[in-house]
Design a protein. Structure first.
Length: 732
């Protein structure tokens, strides 16, 4: 069943315009020249090059049978003989009944097939939605990471499809992992990527540990824990010991006694005698001095070792180790702090040799620092190795990157796999059911074909067409079998045996061609023709027909197509509002609500064909429709080319109904001397909707002047209220 027709770049369909339907019966109204026939031509011959920009959606394997002028030309004007139509004979009622029963079963199976197909399409939509949602989720990888990992997305960013296919190729490997390597994180990956893609990167210098053995030897020297005192055999040894202030005595000895001063710094008397000086020199003898010198030497050595430790900046190695590394700064500071503490203690020992001191052990802080340096050195080795093997390292990093980002989507991927598998299983069940139904349809169609061979003929269609002609009161011509062997018909006049189609009136040609089309829809042109669902398209079947036949044609369409579910879908195009209304009169309200939809084809302000839906309460009679065109022009929905003729039709109908006169007579009677609007009166008096002369002059017409003259026409005749009512938003 057709669900959508799109027309574009053909005839007056410039911009794309669409007709969308979910109904079996589709009624389309439009004035002559609006664009109806182009749609019927497209439905008849979709492969025509001129329709290359037009589209149809919903067709599966149906046959489009189209009645339009092309059909009449092909089957009647271009040939004197019509192809025979094979239909069932009414004589063998038992076989006919069997075929009818089989056709009912065929309809039931095809209805099941349609329902099954609908479910399949819904299931496919669900699968497509699952696929598209997943595709969008995968595309977020590109949106989130392609800026930082541009090289890794090369060849994968052209479309969502290309990235999805790449990810799918990696999913199996990644989903087999329960956890991802904990050392892999996005920041580290980004850091490594920048290193490998930075052309300015150079190899880093190795970093060395700080040896601490010499520090350790000094810190373990037992001298720091010794009490260093003077000669205990000296005469003043007991006195100094008793006072317990040996370091104070030594300080005074160095400052005053050794300076050859005899004056005591406290009592200011000359008490520092040569004898006293000799006592002190004997106490602070050579052995004492040597011990002090040894401590000073240790102090110098310790300070030199400490000062030789490189500054913190010399350890920095690019992004691997920089001044933002607080942990390294802490470890370095701990080493320096311990050393400074020990230097202070050694100085105290020099100042107060008699005091025991214990230096801080720096082994632990050096160990912590050097362990960290080892880690940094390993990173430097790896970094330099990566630079040496940039291509291989980049490939390794790319694998790690995709493993990381895919693993991040693990839950989404698992849900996608689960949902898609469920839907595909359900679809598989429907596919299997569909095949069973399809096999059943094929079996019944083959059975029908075999049974039809026993009762099918071309005479039945002849009899039905001629009976319809008689019902319509037409006895002057008929259709007859002309050549049984060739299985052809001719249209003949009563008493003649030669083709007479071209001698018929236009209305008669329309009638016989349409009745032939009705039989063709019910039968087939070849005995072995495949049984297909039929979509019926009828374009203006009442063209050139007398008003008396409109009802009969509408009834024929109703009984032949509307009431027979063998026909999948029906499209009827017409320019005649009476004929359009007739369908709504002969169809019950329930069918109108459920099975019928209406459309209107019109030309917009740019003279392009447009299609819009049409509600039943929007359908007007011919007279109202002409007024509607004027209102739509005011709303810039209609092209000005049709306005003058529309005004003429309105005035012709109005004058004929109200005054029972010709329009030209009223113009001569009331407006002969109206010079201001002379062009308007001349046009409406002479122009006819069927007369094509001077039609090109419309482009030169002042439409605003025509509207002024049109309104004054009603005012002059005292019918301004009618004008205002018809030009208002609502009219009855």
């Amino acid at each position: 069943m057709i669900t959508k027709i799109s027309m574009k770049n053909v005839a007056s369909y410039k911009d794309e315009t669409t007709l969308e339907t979910n109904k079996r019966i589709n009624l389309i109204y439009g004035l002559n020249g609006a664009g109806k026939t182009q749609i019927s031509k497209f439905l008849a011959n979709q492969k025509d090059e001129k329709f290359k920009d037009c589209k149809i959606e919903g067709l599966i394997n149906e046959e489009n049978l189209v009645y339009n002028q092309d059909f009449i030309d092909e089957n009647f004007y271009d040939t004197d003989r019509q192809k025979g139509i094979f239909t069932l004979s009414e004589e063998n009622t038992s076989i006919k009944q069997e075929i009818e029963n089989l056709q009912k079963e065929l309809i039931r199976l095809k209805s099941s097939q349609d329902e099954n197909q609908r479910k399949l399409e819904e299931k496919q939509k669900d699968i497509i939605k699952i696929e598209n949602d997943f595709k969008d989720n995968i595309w977020k990888i590109k949106q989130n990471h392609s800026g930082n990992f541009k090289d890794f997305f090369e060849g994968k960013m052209g479309s969502k499809e290309s990235l999805l296919n790449f990810i799918k190729s990696k999913i199996g490997e990644v989903l087999s992992l329960d956890v991802i390597n904990q050392n892999i994180n996005l920041e580290e990956l980004k850091k490594q990527y920048n290193i490998l893609t930075d052309a300015t990167q150079v190899k880093l210098e190795n970093i060395n540990e700080i040896p601490n053995i010499e520090f350790k030897n000094i810190e373990n020297n037992l001298m720091f824990n010794e009490i260093i005192v003077g000669n205990q055999d000296s005469i003043i040894a007991n006195l100094i010991k008793k006072l317990g202030n040996e370091d104070w005595v030594k300080d005074g000895f160095d400052k005053y006694v050794l300076q050859d001063s005899q004056t005591c710094p406290f009592c200011q008397n000359d008490t520092i005698t040569t004898e006293f000086k000799s006592y002190l020199e004997n106490y602070f003898d050579k052995t004492y001095e040597e011990r002090i010198e040894e401590i000073k030497k240790l102090n110098d050595e310790y300070q030199n070792l400490s000062s030789n430790i490189p500054s913190i900046e010399t350890f920095y190695r690019g992004n691997i180790l920089d001044d933002k590394n607080l942990e390294f700064e802490k470890l370095y500071s701990q080493v320096k702090l311990k050393l400074e503490e020990n230097i202070i203690k050694i100085k105290e020992k020099i100042k107060e040799p008699s005091k025991k001191i214990e230096l801080e052990k720096t082994n632990e802080v050096f160990q912590n620092f050097n362990d960290y340096i080892k880690e940094i050195q390993q990173k430097i080795i790896e970094f330099n190795s990566k630079l040496d093997n940039c291509k291989n390292e980049k490939e390794k990093l790319e694998k790690q990157f995709w493993k990381f980002v895919i693993f991040e989507k693990k839950e989404i991927i698992e849900k996608y796999n689960k949902d898609k598998k469920e839907q595909e299983i359900n679809k598989g069940v429907l596919d299997k059911e569909n095949q069973t139904i399809k096999d059943g349809i094929q079996h019944i169609e083959n059975t029908i074909k075999e049974k039809q061979k026993e009762v099918i003929n071309i005479q039945e269609a002849v009899d039905k067409i001629n009976n319809h002609l008689k019902d319509l009161g037409i006895l002057s011509f008929y259709i007859k079998t002309h050549d049984d062997e060739k299985q052809e018909y001719i249209i003949a006049r009563e008493g003649e045996n030669k083709p007479s189609f071209k001698t018929l009136s236009e209305g008669e040609k329309t009638l016989i061609s349409f009745l032939y089309f009705l039989q063709l829809c019910q039968g087939k042109k070849e005995k072995d023709e495949a049984i297909l669902d039929k979509i019926i398209v009828i374009d203006d079947p009442i063209s050139s027909l007398s008003f008396n036949y409109i009802y009969e044609i509408a009834q024929l369409i109703k009984h032949t197509f509307f009431e027979n579910t063998l026909y999948k879908q029906i499209f009827i195009f017409t320019h005649n509002l009476y004929f359009y209304h007739e369908f709504f009169k002969i169809i019950n309200k329930e069918d109108t609500k459920n099975n019928i939809t209406s459309f209107r084809i019109f030309k917009n302000q740019n003279n392009f064909s447009c299609i819009s839906s049409l509600k039943r309460d929007e359908i007007l009679n011919d007279y109202q429709a002409y007024w509607q065109i004027l209102k739509e022009y005011k709303q810039e929905k209609t092209h000005k080319a049709i306005i003058p003729n529309t005004m003429r039709n309105i005035l012709e109908n109005f004058i004929g109904f109200v005054y029972a006169k010709k329009l030209s007579d009223i113009v001569n009677e009331y407006f002969a001397n109206d010079i201001q609007y002379k062009a308007f009166y001349r046009y409406i008096s002479r122009e006819s909707h069927s007369d094509r002369e001077n039609i090109s002059d419309v482009k030169d017409i002042d439409i605003n002047m025509f509207f002024e003259a049109f309104e004054k026409f009603f005012n002059k005749l005292k019918h301004e209220e009618h004008y205002e009512k018809m030009m208002g938003e609502n009219n009855d």
